[in-house]
Design a protein around this ligand. Sequence first.
Ligand code: CS2
Length: 500
Amino acid sequence: MTDRPADIPADLPRLSNATVGAARAHSKPVPPTGIVHLGLSNFHRAHLSVYTAKAIEAAGGDWGIAATSRRRDIADPLVAQDMLYSVVDFAPGTEAVTVPAVHTAIIDTSASADGVVAAIADPATRIVSLTITEAGYKFSPRTGGLDLDNPQVAADLAGKSPVTAVGQIARAMLVRAANGGAPLAVLSCDNMNSNGHLMHRLLTEFAAAMPGAEGADLAAYLTAAASFPNAMVDRIVPSTNDLHRRMAAQRLGAYDAIPVAAEPFTMWAIEDNFAGGRPAWEAHGAIFTDDVPAYEVLKLRYLNGSHSLISYVGALAGAHTIPDSRLTPFIEEAIRGLLAEYEPTFTLPAAVDGPTYIEQLMQRWSNTVLGDLVSRVGTDGSTKLPQRITEPVLFYAARGEVPQRLALLVAAWLACLAPIKGFDPGPDAAAMLDPARPVLDDLASRATSARHLVELLFTESHIFSPKLAEYTPYLDRVGELLDIIVDQDVRAAAEAAARG
Ligand code: CS2
């Protein structure tokens, strides 16, 4: 368990039902479980939990959330704090703190999935929601569908206690189907193109690959009783540090070991397609719209794509935090260049003004008190970048043009994650975690040049769609920019990208 920071008085009482203060806890008493959430992440605690607590407060409903966690360092304090924690808004001049009292139980999945399968199977559960990160979906960038070669997927199909989210939901749906077929909505809260459609496809392909009659039963349940709303989720939520704990203690007058710091901005655009009903999330400003795919693309490109550039270029330039990076003049130039490259590749949602959205983003990335780290955003790039670059690069390929900043982004990522022998990308790049590290290390050790590394990446690693490998002018440019990063520095590469 995390130690209390030295400057928080030892006698300051712990956050609990007794110390929270009636005015602060949103939605107490907590209603029974209606949502099972996979992945008790900081993002979940600052987004879906807050929207749901406010919805219950405004309109009621049995929408308590039971969440899975393998992290004892979050789960144990949460239980010790009567399932309470605080969300601390971090921005200059902001004092807000929220305690979303909405969690009913922690489901420990470290030893077995029985608990989570039973919780999703319970007919009282009407929504299963997910923040499992891009890596958790086990989809193949090659096919866009379920990665049947993944050993965990194969084991789940063989009927072992399921470890993947898709396997757990599939097993639970079979129990639901056998017990009367109560409807269920599957709500992804991760950053992927058409995340609802993706979940539907993954479960459909899981059903098709299941041996025996189970596959047909699952397919029938998917058609008759399940829904898959697409959703665009947005709020920048860093990992928790001691400054966040101190601010939480000051604002709460109690000690919270597991607060979440978040920017004040929050946004959620969702399709109103919930087979078993839903909380009144609009009470906290959720936008129900059929225009969700447009919101998703907007956010995946302008926010997430640029965020990745800020992170990798920043790490190489010695910036530790997102604002350090974004406020570096040559990096700001590169971000604006990337935003301009993205601009013609998609259509804005009708309700969004592009220039206003961009200036708001530039401000959100400048939040110096939030302390978001380039290493957080740079983590898992191999599973994030495909959503952020593929379609835009193909858009330019169709025009015979080479998008310079989209090349800089991949060159900077490779320099950070697959450094060629003798090149040191620095401590912030070293701190970036990635499931593809072993694959990338292997490519870097075999590559005879930057261009060769790029070739290996696009043709051998299965990280990106093979369609990208066909556009050699793009691969050439990534290789050239990577050479400049290694031979000179990332600033010279950004300047070369600006010259085109
Ligand atoms: C970030 C996101 O980790 C990342 O790659 O771009 O976590 C980003 O902070 C959120 O999507 C903001 O809503």
